[in-house]
Design a binder for this molecule. Structure first.
Ligand SMILES: CC(C)(COP(=O)(O)OP(=O)(O)OC[C@H]1O[C@@H](n2cnc3c(N)ncnc32)[C@H](O)[C@@H]1OP(=O)(O)O)[C@@H](O)C(=O)NCCC(=O)NCCS
Length: 165
C-alpha cells in the first residue's frame, strides 16, 4: 500500500461493475459484464486507487466508495504475464495515479515473477507511460490479437464480430 494526502494505492480487485465502468469511462473497450467475474477471479494481482477523503482509515475504503483507478496482471504467474485494465477515471487523470499504479505493479512482478515476459497493448494516452517502467516495442515482432466482439477505438465502437473486420 502507498498513500499520499489525496490517494491511497491498495492491492485488490475491482467489482465487475467497477471494472466495466472504469474501462468505459476511460475510453477503453468495456467488457461484457457476464464474463468479468471469471476474469477477475483468475487475476495474478489487482491494484486499486482510492480517494483518501472518503476512506474509513488509511487502509480501508468506506463500503460505498468506488475506486478511481485500477491496474491488473494475469498470466501463468511465472514466465508469461499480461498487464491490463490500467485505467484512471477522467476526473482523476494527470495526477500521477497511472504512474503510482504502474510502480506497484512492476514491484509486484519483480518480487513474484522476476523472470516473466510481461506484455501489454499501449493505448495512445499511455505510449509515454509504459517505457518509464522498461516496457519496449515488440519490434521486430508485431503484436496481434483475436477478439470476436466489439472494440472501442478512439471513442468509436468497431464491430469485430463474426461479420466484422
Ligand atoms: C493513460 C493513463 C492510464 C495515465 O494515467 P494518469 O494518472 O492520467 O497519468 P499520470 O499522471 O500518472 O502520468 C503518466 C504519464 O502518462 C502520460 N499521459 C497521461 N495522460 C496522457 C494523455 N491524455 N495523453 C498523452 N500522455 C498522457 C504522460 O506522459 C505521463 O508521464 P509524464 O508526466 O512523465 O510525461 C490514464 O490517463 C488513462 O486511464 N487514460 C485512458 C485509458 C487508457 O488509455 N489507459 C491505458 C490503457 S493501455
Amino acid at each position: 500500500m502507498t498513500s499520499n494526502a489525496e490517494y491511497a494505492i491498495i492491492e485488490g480487485l475491482p467489482t465487475p461493475q467497477v471494472d466495466h465502468d472504469l474501462r468505459k469511462l476511460a475510453g477503453m473497450t468495456p467488457p461484457p459484464l457476464d464474463a468479468v467475474p471469471k476474469a477477475l477471479e483468475n487475476s495474478f494481482v489487482g491494484i486499486l486507487a482510492w480517494g483518501t477523503k472518503h476512506m474509513l482509515d488509511e487502509a480501508t475504503p468506506s463500503p460505498n466508495q468506488t475506486p478511481v483507478a485500477m491496474g491488473r496482471l494475469l498470466g501463468d504467474k511465472s514466465l508469461f504475464l499480461l498487464l491490463c485494465d490500467v485505467a484512471v477515471h477522467p476526473d482523476h487523470q494527470r495526477k500521477g495515479l497511472g504512474k503510482r499504479i504502474m510502480k506497484v505493479l512492476v514491484d509486484y512482478i519483480d518480487a513474484h515473477a522476476p523472470q516473466a515476459y510481461v506484455s501489454l497493448v499501449a493505448e495512445p494516452a499511455a505510449h509515454k507511460l509504459y517505457p518509464q517502467y522498461r516496457f519496449k516495442d515488440v519490434q521486430p515482432s508485431i503484436g496481434m490479437y483475436r477478439m470476436l466482439r466489439d472494440r472501442t477505438i478512439g471513442g468509436e465502437i468497431v464491430n469485430e464480430g463474426p461479420d466484422g473486420a
